[in-house]
Design a binder for this molecule. Structure first.
Ligand code: DX5
Ligand code: ZN
Length: 223
């Protein structure tokens, strides 16, 4: 296969050097990333704190790639406009963060941004049922959200396969993204199960800037 395959790689900047975030975003952009995955944590919905819309806005000039903003905050709706204005192109949320997932999708779309629904490892596929006609991306968590560098939860492979069938049956153009523990060993299995977007934090950023292009190509399956 020449050039980029249909598999997209979304480096999670959670594993980047936070003192040099702009440079890190530029480096993975140059290294062949497809999306920039930005993890937003509130210390309440998940047991960790990261960054807010002002940092996303500050990063925006550093890459022309879509900003894939993964909200791990509760409630969700209060901050959607701020992240949209900061430059998010995709905003994903956890339906359990509530209170009204359908309203949240409407709010994201009204802000002119693509909407993604996130399923935790313990969340049933049925949460998609009322929303699959309205969303642009489904994010399957293959770790419990909150931290980079965790181990891939094997049971999520079967869930990815089921969701791939549902997306194909829907006839809609929906990205199937997988987040957590994606590395050189798990990436091929995640792709085989039907994912087309792989989030990778520690696997992208390991080895320093000189390794990013090789890391991204290996995750994609092109090396
Ligand atoms: C976890 C985050 C992930 C995390 C992935 O809550 O949503 O995006 O950064 O990190 P790795 O790829 O190291 O498992
Ligand atoms: Zn994430």
């Amino acid at each position: 296969m020449s050039g980029k395959s249909s598999v997209k790689i979304a480096p999670s900047i959670l594993s980047a050097d936070f003192a040099r975030l702009g440079e890190e975003v530029r480096a993975v952009t140059t290294a062949g990333a497809d999306y920039i995955h930005i993890d937003i944590m509130d210390g309440h919905f998940v047991p960790n704190l990261t960054i807010g819309p002002d940092v996303v806005k500050a990063l925006r000039p550093h890459s022309a790639l879509p900003f894939d903003v993964h909200l791990m905050i509760s409630p969700v709706d209060l901050f959607i406009d701020a992240f949209a204005k900061a430059g998010a192109n995709i905003i994903s949320f956890h339906p359990e963060a509530g209170p009204h997932p359908h309203r949240t999708v409407q709010t994201i779309k009204a802000a002119g941004v693509k909407a993604g629904l996130v399923l935790n490892p313990g969340s049933p596929v049925e949460l998609l049922d009322p929303l699959i006609g309205d969303i642009d991306l489904i994010l399957v968590m293959s770790v419990n959200p909150g931290f980079g560098g965790q181990s891939f939860i094997e049971s999520q492979l079967a869930k990815i396969e089921i969701i791939r069938k549902r997306i194909d049956a829907s006839g809609r153009n929906i990205d199937l993204e997988v987040d957590g523990g994606v590395n050189f060993e798990t990436a091929p299995r995640v792709i085989a199960a039907g994912a087309n977007v792989l989030v990778a934090g520690s696997a992208t950023f390991k080895g320093g800037e000189a390794a990013y292009a090789k890391n991204i190509a290996t995750l994609r399956g092109g090396a």
